[in-house]
Design a binder for this molecule. Structure first.
Ligand code: ZN
Length: 192
């Protein structure tokens, strides 16, 4: 099922995700719905906050992008495309190394994109939907997406990480989007 994507101005995007203690059928279904939602929106990643659930769950699929990615799983280099899509439960970022600068956007902040400085490689320790704990070493685009999504899980957005001057340029569109989102939320609450 395709779920509505929460937009900038929705307070859920600023909530820190709760740890998932047990991977239930409900969590598996949610992950499947998040994958479908991400693919329909042509995104490369989606965090649970973006569909209104503040829990530590994210899905990633870098295949729609032509930017290169690298990945090791538990120390073994793997073919990235063959491992997609990824579902990470309770992911933790570790050992950021190096630096990369690239353009980022976000399904929750349409029409805004900006250069963001990120680590060139990161390690992610996460559980799979089968409950297995794995260590993913990510490089290139995958490292960027991993950092963007884990930020979401802690209530952080990419616009928090851009230079102040660039952020000032987006102040108008962000304010407008936030106002629209809050008006839509108020309307949907009034209907209930
Ligand atoms: Zn995002």
């Amino acid at each position: 099922m395709i779920l509505p994507i929460r937009k900038y101005g929705d307070p859920v995007l600023r909530q820190r995700g709760r740890r998932i203690e047990t991977i239930t059928d409900e969590i598996r279904q949610l992950a499947a719905d998040m994958l479908e939602t991400m693919q329909a929106a042509h995104g490369v990643g989606l965090a649970a906050q973006q569909i209104g659930r503040p829990i530590l769950l994210t899905v990633i699929d870098v295949r729609p992008s032509e930017q290169p990615s690298t990945m090791d799983v538990d120390g073994t280099t793997v073919d990235v495309a063959a491992q997609m899509p990824l579902v990470w439960v309770n992911p933790e970022l570790q050992n950021p190394e190096g630096e990369q600068i690239g353009v980022e956007g976000c399904l929750s902040i349409p029409e805004v994109s900006a250069q963001v400085k990120r680590a060139a490689t990161v390690e992610v320790e996460a559980q799979t939907l089968e409950g297995k704990r794995r260590r993913f070493r990510c490089g290139g685009l995958l490292a960027r997406v991993a950092q963007h999504e884990v930020d979401h899980l802690h209530g952080v957005l990419f616009i928090d990480r851009i230079e102040a001057a660039a952020r000032a340029a987006f102040a108008g569109p962000l304010k407008r989007l936030s106002r629209e989102t809050q008006a839509a939320l108020k309307k949907s609450r009034a209907r209930k």
